[in-house]
Design a binder for this molecule. Structure first.
Ligand code: PLP
Length: 237
């Protein structure tokens, strides 16, 4: 496991995908997904200037984030229960996984209490998989104005998780559809949305070719995970 070498190879693959698509690589940000990894591993990532980090569980993030001081910007990328909205607002710079109006309202309320604005992405379940969270596209288009009216949330764009496949080319239509949906949302809102969060270890090149601005990469960068990370006994209460 050599994070430096992994990062170099991932960056080269992003650059090549950008070249194929006629994009500037500066427009693609790696979100290093640190779920399942220790604070030591996070600190190694920070030393490589990987400063945008993703976690998917509040319980794990709550313990880990305070153990990783430095300039990190933490993104929440997993499903959030409304009763965890307060923790999410306290811990994260951005929530990428807003998947219901109820959650958006809870985040808005907690952001208001914290006297801050919360950048968010709306998660969309493009493929309609029952096992995944996210808005069905038609429901998003129906609720977009209501979401956009929440004064403490700043909608920066859309996020999706493609179905798992050993052949990433197969999920290209999912990424393309998310990009088109972003354009529909921009028209509806009369304002640009800057972010498309799509692509993971197995499919980020195709996602970049289809316009991803955030790629959420765990395994290919930081190695295999073995379930959630837990602190050694005695380190926290
Ligand atoms: C775990 C996770 C990732 C990263 O997955 P890898 O395949 O390890 O790169 C990306 N996005 C979300 C929402 C995740 O939960």
């Amino acid at each position: 496991m050599n994070i430096t070498a992994n990062l170099e190879s991932i960056q080269q693959r992003i650059d090549a995908a950008c070249q194929r698509a006629g994009r500037d690589p500066a427009g693609v940000q790696i979100v290093a997904v640190t779920k399942g990894h220790s604070p030591e591993r996070v600190r190694q990532a920070l030393e490589l200037d990987l400063t945008v980090l993703g976690e998917n569980r509040i319980q794990e993030a709550k313990v880990k984030i305070p153990l990783c001081p430095g300039g990190a910007q933490w993104h929440m990328i997993g499903h959030l229960q409304t009763n965890k909205a307060r923790d999410a607002v306290r811990l994260f710079k951005m929530v990428e996984s807003v998947d219901s109006l109820r959650l958006a309202e809870a985040l808005n309320e907690q952001a208001d209490k914290a006297a801050r604005y919360l950048p968010v992405l709306i998660e969309v379940n493009i493929a309609g998989e029952a096992s995944k969270f996210g808005y069905p596209p038609e429901v998003l288009l129906r609720e977009l104005d209501t979401l956009n009216a929440l004064p403490r949330l700043e909608i920066h764009g859309l996020m999706t998780m493609a179905p798992w496949t050993p052949e990433p080319e197969k999920v290209r239509p999912v990424f393309r559809r998310l990009r088109e949906l972003k354009e529909e949302c921009e028209q509806r809102l009369g304002a640009p949305l800057s972010q498309l969060s799509m692509g993971m270890s197995g499919d980020f090149e195709v996602a970049v070719e289809e316009g991803a601005t955030l790629v959420r990469i765990g395994t290919a960068l930081l190695g295999e995970r073995h379930g959630p990370w837990r602190p050694p006994a005695g380190e926290v209460d």
